[in-house]
Design a protein around this ligand. Structure first.
Ligand code: CTP
Length: 399
């Protein structure tokens, strides 16, 4: 299941808002990910973006007119509705939301949605006052109570030039939402998975920290993979340059001690802990309150005290524990020793000296070692695919 969008029929409804230009990017990313994208447009949307723009990207006909005898909707007005895995209306204007709430069917999008059994996602885009208007809010609430998934809007600069609530979300969040909706009923549905990511930062003084090269990419990829299998995911992370994955409960920490206390809390009642964070083994005995001055001395020593081993400390009934062993020598022997000493079900051993598997890359080459003594050497995979390999095994243990 490495690609939840592969061969999925996604209906993208585009309505008349300037945010239409962002839907072109969404259609492109969906298509690049192997989805079959049927774009439906209202007459208003066609005024902003040409149907040719979308059909050039999706390589499929765009339906902009319900009465056109050439269009699929004209021939069989429920065909598109029936094959949809998910429908997303992005951007959704106040007008289309109102029509959906009242069951109208006078354009390709409202007609198809009325006829579909697929889940419907709505990504509003409008002026802040239109969104906050009681009529719109009542329509949104009515649709939510019928199971429609609303994603956004965000606060930001609007077409009017004002800052307010009404901006359509960006492509990564819309893609994340589509994947999350498609994951309903996945093999980790009903499971709570806790993931840690990033390198801890241990303060020396208000401007300096002890840290490491971890970028958080591996942990974020595991969190997204778990979300895409239906799990409820908590991601406990140190500051990274990465965007929060949509639909994941992200909790920010800095130090090993903070990470430990948040993880202890998150793991109570969880099904699995996947510890991808690079936790500092040592921290300065005392963080200075003021910036330390360099003075005249030629050397500087910092006294360090040992941090707790978080993975060893956390034990929960039925909690599946997965660790990572980043090693530069004696890879498998060191990883196996950690698997046993930390009471893990699985450990992913990776050689950080390999150019395609180190810090900051999008790929990783790991060997998975389990309690039963098996060692599975995986080929070079994306970190997201490695996440799924790990979760395949977690799901088996949980089952
Ligand atoms: N880990 C942890 N708490 C620590 C150190 C590590 O929970 N204080 C976790 C890491 O998140 C990882 C696993 O333990 O999943 C192995 O981490 P690693 O740094 O490879 O090993 P260490 O236990 O630190 O051992 P060493 O430094 O001797 O290699």
């Amino acid at each position: 299941m490495p690609n939840p969008l592969e061969k999925k029929h996604i209906v993208l409804g585009v309505t008349g808002s300037i945010a239409c230009y962002k839907s072109v990017d969404l259609a492109s990313k969906l298509t690049q990910n192997g989805a079959l994208v049927d774009v439906l447009m209202t007459p208003g949307a066609v005024k902003f973006v040409s149907p040719l723009t979308f059909s050039s990207i999706t390589h499929r006909p765009v339906i902009a007119d319900i009465f056109s005898p050439e269009s699929e909707l004209g021939i069989n007005h429920v065909a598109v509705a029936e094959r949809a895995s998910v429908v997303i209306v992005a951007p959704a204007t106040a007008n289309t939301i109102a029509k959906l709430a009242h069951g109208l069917a006078d354009d390709p999008i409202t007609t198809t949605i009325l006829a579909t059994q697929a889940p419907v996602i709505v990504a509003p885009a409008m002026d802040a006052h239109m969104y906050e208007n009681a009529a719109t809010q009542e329509n949104v609430a009515a649709l939510q109570s019928r199971g429609y998934v609303f994603v956004g809007p965000a606060t930001g600069r609007l077409a009017s030039g004002l800052i307010g609530l009404g901006r359509m979300l960006e492509t990564p969040d819309l893609l994340g939402c589509i994947k999350m909706v498609l994951s309903r009923g996945g093999d980790l549905s009903g499971r709570k998975i806790v993931v840690s990511a990033g390198g801890t930062q241990e303060p020396i003084d208000p401007v300096r920290v002890l840290t490491n090269h971890s970028t958080g990419k591996m942990g974020y990829a595991v969190a997204e993979a778990a979300r895409d299998r239906g799990a409820e995911v908590s991601l406990v992370t140190t500051p990274t340059a990465l965007e929060d994955p949509f639909g994941v409960n992200v909790i920010n920490v800095r130090t090993a001690l903070e990470m430990r206390s948040v993880l202890l809390h998150q793991c109570s009642g969880a099904d699995a802990l996947i510890m991808a964070a690079a936790v500092a083994d040592w921290r300065p005995a005392k963080a200075a309150d003021h910036k330390l001055k360099k003075g005249e001395a030629e050397t500087w020593s910092i006294e360090l005290v040992k941090n707790p081993d978080i993975l060893s400390e956390i034990v929960g009934e039925g909690l599946v524990k997965v660790g990572f062993a980043a090693e530069s020598e004696d890879l498998l022997a060191n990883a196996r020793a950690k698997l046993l000493s930390k009471g893990l079900h699985l450990i992913a051993a990776n050689d950080i000296t390999a150019p395609d598997s180190g810090f900051g890359t999008d790929t990783n080459r790991v060997t998975l070692l389990d309690r039963e003594g098996r060692a599975t050497e995986l080929p070079l995979l994306t970190k997201y695919e490695v996440g799924h390999e790990i979760l395949d095994r977690v799901a088996k243990v949980l089952a």
